[in-house]
Ligand binder design. Structure first.
Ligand code: 2PG
Ligand code: MG
Length: 443
């Protein structure tokens, strides 16, 4: 991969600093300098609804900053990682990540910390691209061997769950616009829907503010009211629900489900596994839902397999907390018949190479993939480039307000201008789903 010339891509310095994320929490930024002058920088994001098997962020604990400080992670970057990677070729991402993984030596990245590792891995990625003099998406495409493509966005309209004080049980009520002709048109249609939703909620006295990822913070009395309002917003934006625009949900069921029992607090209902599956099935029948994430809890393999057996032919079923960007868990889920898609969050895996390994297994097992942000984000736009360069076809970033979100959509628009025509394929990859086929009249 080193077309940068001998030694110019060698890492000459690497250091971490403390910066702040969209929730005002401290996080780790790593900056890498190469001998030839190239610089790369990346910031670790942070989740609120985390899977128990994802890479663990190293945080200081104690009273200050609610225990969230990252000084130990920063010391680890400066004292352990910097000497380890010094002199290595920044374009040799696989070797750099292997050194990080080896040095950490733990399954959940607890020694160096997932936050220190992901910021380092992505900072090196940026430095490698800069040393080669190519855009980040191109560098990623060259590493992954995938043809670059613009992703279909998944955009939140209402927040819920851990991102809105558990105000509604379901975490993300989102739209996707597979019927748009360009990425730019997706943005425009989504903006209309977001505005319409805000107006409808304000009029009905259901608007409390803005949630963690920029979606409206709702005052709904049931999860179903959220779905009805979303349909009303799509219609008010001049669209026919299920035509160009479809609904996508992140149930994030691990937040309210355990041992096959599910507590819908908003509606004061306790459901067992079968009742939960039936409830979700009723929503799938009543609303134009094309994608659903973590419908059952991360400890409910039986429920995930049963749900996928019943609905996998007609809806995208994404494992997030369930798969935590882990190649082994993807293989296990495929063996069990659970899920048909995986969310790719680099900080769940710890390094880009871990994430690419997961993606490779997902592709081998016929799973779709979606690159995703976390609820705690920053101005870092690496994931826009990853979604393009890994050629996954879908990107989830949060809502359509707040700059840590908009920076990533806007970066995709810039990349769109640099990509050859045809890099955005209308409807892809949802065109291959039941909704896409139904729309084309073939199902
Ligand atoms: C999710 C993400 C993003 P968090 O569950 O998919 O919406 O949330 O980063 O809090 O895990
Ligand atoms: Mg999720």
């Amino acid at each position: 991969m080193n077309d940068a010339g001998p030694d110019t891509a060698a890492i000459s310095s690497l250091a971490a600093r403390r910066v702040w994320d969209s929730r005002g929490n401290p996080t780790v930024e790593v900056e890498v300098h190469c001998a030839g002058g190239a610089i790369g920088r990346a910031i670790a994001p942070a989740g609120a609804s985390r899977g128990t098997r994802e890479a663990v962020d190293l945080r200081d604990g104690g009273a200050a900053l609610g225990g969230t400080d990252v000084r130990r992670a920063i010391v680890g970057v400066n004292d352990i990682i910097a000497p380890l990677l010094g002199g290595m070729d920044a374009t040799a991402q696989g070797a750099v990540d292997a050194a990080l993984i080896d040095c950490d030596g733990t399954e959940l990245k607890t020694r160096l910390g997932g936050n220190a590792m992901v910021a380092t891995s992505l900072a090196v990625l940026h430095a490698g691209a800069a040393a080669r003099g190519v855009p980040l998406w191109r560098h990623v495409a060259d590493l992954s061997g995938a043809g670059p493509s613009l992703p279909l966005p998944e955009i939140q309209i209402f927040g819920g769950g851990a991102h809105a004080g558990q105000r509604v049980d379901v975490q993300d009520f989102m739209v996707m616009v597979p019927g748009a002709d360009s990425f730019d048109e997706v943005m425009e249609i989504t903006s209309e829907i977001y505005r319409a939703a805000g107006k409808i909620m304000a009029r009905r006295g259901k608007l409390a503010g803005v949630a963690d990822e920029g979606g409206w913070w709702p005052m709904f009395d049931s999860n179903e009211e959220a779905l009805e309002t979303l349909v009303a917003a799509i219609e008010a934006a001049g669209e026919t629900p299920g035509d160009r625009v479809v609904i996508s949900l992140d149930i994030a069921a691990s937040e309210f489900g355990r041992n096959g029992r599910y507590r819908l607090a908003l509606e004061d209902r306790d459901l067992d596994r079968d009742q939960m599956i039936s409830q979700l099935g009723r929503w799938l029948d009543a609303y134009p839902i094309a994608s659903i994430e973590d419908p059952l809890a991360e400890d409910d393999a039986q429920g995930m397999a049963a749900f996928t057996a019943e609905f996998g032919h007609r809806v995208q079923i994404i494992g997030d907390d369930y798969l935590v960007t882990n190649a082994t868990l993807v293989d296990r889920a495929a063996d069990d018949g659970a899920c048909n898609a995986v969310l790719i969050k680099v900080n769940q895996a710890g390094t880009l190479t871990d994430s690419m390994r997961c993606l490779e297994r997902a592709r081998a097992r016929g799973f779709r993939a979606i690159v995703s942000a976390r609820s705690g984000e920053t101005e870092d736009v690496s994931i826009s480039h990853l979604a393009v360069g890994l050629g996954v076809g879908q990107l989830k970033v949060g809502s359509f307000t707040r700059s840590e979100r908009m920076a990533k959509w806007n970066e995709c628009l810039r990349i769109a201008d640099a990509l050859p025509r045809g890099a955005y394929v209308r409807g892809a990859p949802l065109a291959k789903t039941w909704w896409g086929q139904r729309k084309e009249g073939t199902s």
